[in-house]
Design a binder for this molecule. Structure first.
Ligand SMILES: O=P(O)(O)OC[C@H]1O[C@H](OP(=O)(O)OP(=O)(O)O)[C@H](O)[C@@H]1O
Ligand SMILES: Nc1ncnc2[nH]cnc12
Length: 171
């Protein structure tokens, strides 16, 4: 039986002391495990219509592009500041080990589009909440926020209260 946790390894004190970093590169290296994880994310979405899949830099990009292909939806990157070449909207946020800004292209989402937000890890929820704010500012409707894993002790779900939140494994 497929267990995603068998493909996620803990790296102690990365990128800072006292952080146990959840590394998904073992999952990405294994095509059948990647397929299984993708299948499970799609099962959790069900038959909800999606126009755009938003992936959050950088680890959110991997599965967001796969999800977009499977759903016949567009892929939209949300990136760290200064990386997107066209006009952007931006949002400040804080995360488990620092502060940052996220940006999205101003023409990436149209009013009324249904949007799936994907990232690899839900930790404090600051990143995903900022991504959702950007989407909603543009008139997008969040269908679901999905994650490979969530770190329950950091209470990220509390920041995503209005949305449906799913993940493949909870730590
Ligand atoms: O729920 P939060 O506390 O906001 O944290 C979760 C975010 O932290 C990680 O990204 P990171 O900023 O480390 O960037 P990376 O994906 O480029 O490694 C992870 O991929 C999520 O995007
Ligand atoms: N512990 C963690 N491991 C991997 N990504 C993260 N993003 C925020 N916290 C994280």
């Amino acid at each position: 039986m497929f267990r995603i946790q068998d493909y996620i390894r803990d790296i102690k004190d990365f990128p800072k002391k006292d952080i146990i970093y959840k590394d998904i590169t073992p999952l990405l290296q294994d095509p059948s495990a990647t397929r299984e994880a993708l299948k499970k994310l799609l099962e959790l979405l069900g038959d909800q219509k999606v126009h755009k899949v938003v992936g959050i830099e950088s680890r959110g990009f991997f599965f967001a592009t796969l999800l977009a292909q499977e759903l016949n939806a567009g892929f939209v990157p949300i990136r760290k500041p200064g990386k997107l070449p066209f006009n952007t909207f931006r949002e400040n946020y804080s995360l488990e080990y620092g502060e940052d800004v996220l940006e999205i292209h101003c023409d990436a989402i149209q009013e009324g589009e249904k949007v799936l937000v994907h990232d690899d890890v839900l930790a404090t929820g600051g990143t995903a909440a900022a991504a959702c704010k950007l989407v909603e500012k543009m008139g997008g409707e969040i269908v679901q926020c999905n994650f490979l894993m969530d770190l329950d002790f950091l209470k990220g779900r509390d920041k995503l209260n209005p949305y449906e939140v799913v993940s493949l494994v909870t730590y």
